[in-house]
Design a protein around this ligand. Sequence first.
Ligand SMILES: Nc1nc2c(ncn2[C@@H]2O[C@H](COP(=O)(O)OP(=O)(O)OP(=O)(O)O)[C@@H](O)[C@H]2O)c(=O)[nH]1
Ligand SMILES: [Mg+2]
Length: 183
Amino acid sequence: MNAVSDLKIVISGTTGAGKTTAIHAVSEIVAVSADVRNTDPNLAKELTTAGLDYGEITLGQGEKLRLYGTPGQERFEFMWRILANGALGIILLIDSRRPDPLREMDTYLSALIQNGQRVPCVIAITHANKTQPCPQAEQLSLHLEARGVLYPVVIADVREADEVIGLMELLLLQIEAMEMEAK
Ligand SMILES: Nc1nc2c(ncn2[C@@H]2O[C@H](COP(=O)(O)OP(=O)(O)OP(=O)(O)O)[C@@H](O)[C@H]2O)c(=O)[nH]1
Ligand SMILES: [Mg+2]
């Protein structure tokens, strides 16, 4: 991984899915978040990100990741685009409790990945009960497969640092594979 030692990674996805939580779980600097008091009655949480989150982590082989978390609410779509600009990979968090995870995945992917670019991406379903089958994971996988998109769909609890690091490693594998292809 010498060729890419400083990577911009974007963590995006639905409101409350755990973007801020994920960055704070793993960042080796004090992560910065532009969280404000939530005023949306449809959103059952006290704080919500209105700007961005930022953190940094260095993985096992010395890859330094610069982590940018997006705001979740769709009215901030312009921020998703700004933050995704120049990103080498995306981790997309989808909250399993949302009524239409499929539509939300499509909404985020089309905003984050523009002009038919090939951008490595890992889809992580959060707030899922790991002791039970996860129909959303299968639904999202089948949907991507039908469109010929090879993104892994996994279940993660992003409150756990190890699980967030697992998502990053999965993403790095894709980034490496794409670099090899380009050579
Ligand atoms: N059970 C469970 N709770 C989680 C998980 N991920 C995050 N949480 C909790 O969900 C709440 C919301 O997390 P945030 O990190 O603020 O979510 P966000 O995606 O940054 O939300 P916005 O900035 O509003 O878009 C926090 O209380 C977390 O502890 C998860 O995988 N499982
Ligand atoms: Mg947030």
